[in-house]
Design a protein around this ligand. Sequence first.
Ligand code: AMP
Length: 353
Amino acid sequence: MAFTKLSLIEPILKALATEGYTIPTPIQQKAIPLVLQQKDLLGCAQTGTGKTAAFAIPILQLLYQQKPLATGIKVLILTPTRELAIQIDESFAAYGRYTGIRHTVVFGGVSQLHQTNALKKGADILVATPGRLLDLMAQGYIRLDQLQIFVLDEADRMLDMGFIHDVKKVIAKLPAKRQTLFFSATMPPEIQKLANELLRHPSKVEVTPPSSTVEKIEQSLYHVGKMEKPELLMHLLQDKKIRTALVFTRTKHGADKVVKILHRHNVPAAAIHGNKSQNARQNALSDFKNGTLRVLVATDIAARGIDIDELTHVFNFELPNIPETYVHRIGRTGRAGNAGTAISFCSAEEKQN
Ligand code: AMP
């Protein structure tokens, strides 16, 4: 099925053509018509399934059909990390480029001046992380009394990262009459309870559970001594087919150590983790995306949701404890139909007794 079959308006179809998208992903096929019918939605999907466009496209269309638009924020997308917030805002820019609908993004870790200036110019759609949103609301820069659509993105991750209390504070400020779209890769009991509280007669859309997202990813495992891991990584990176590699470590310190080793071998690399400034992380990410950096070393939280087209290889320099984290990690490669390779290093200490 093509996008042209989804009753989308011309400015959006034109933007999708510019992006080179022709076929909607399964979640887009299912979710777009439901959101256009102004239904509440429970979406069980993780990053990599095309879920951003699944909500961004119909939201843009619903707003476009209201033109001329009243002032005030009409749509709020709440997401756990700055990287995701920036990517979602970029998606609204891409899909909404011919609609004239205004969007902006706020997130913590940077000065708020640039963000408050953008807010003063007016926005129809706001993408936000919870802490900075609450700060700016408390200071009177953001009002949500005109809100029509609320999107909660990566609800399970909000819980994992300790943001659920902030999320509930935001929800308490939203108008009761609204459309709510709720996305979560997993549905632990606390998240199910939150979904039940938030959604009114929701339509449920589920796509590829995590265990089946790995089909296009070739996985392999090396049993290797802890001290030999750097040497093995350097050896494997000699393969020129590895154009880009995302290397996972368990700790920030571990990430820095791997980068030092790569630099010693003249491999262009950088680390992204919570101790790096927002600027350093953004620079590393854009250098990686434009090919200046061949290797990006990341901890799980920093890498969550990072969207890198055509990432060919993921290395688990250290194995995660939780199976789901493994699935999330290797899901960074093999995106949107591309093939990917995931290589894990397992030392004796990491084997389960
Ligand atoms: P997401 O799950 O929203 O993070 O999207 C995953 C990736 O798929 C992003 O790089 C999108 O740009 C890309 N993408 C989303 N929808 C489509 C589509 N219909 N056709 C091709 N690529 C897409």
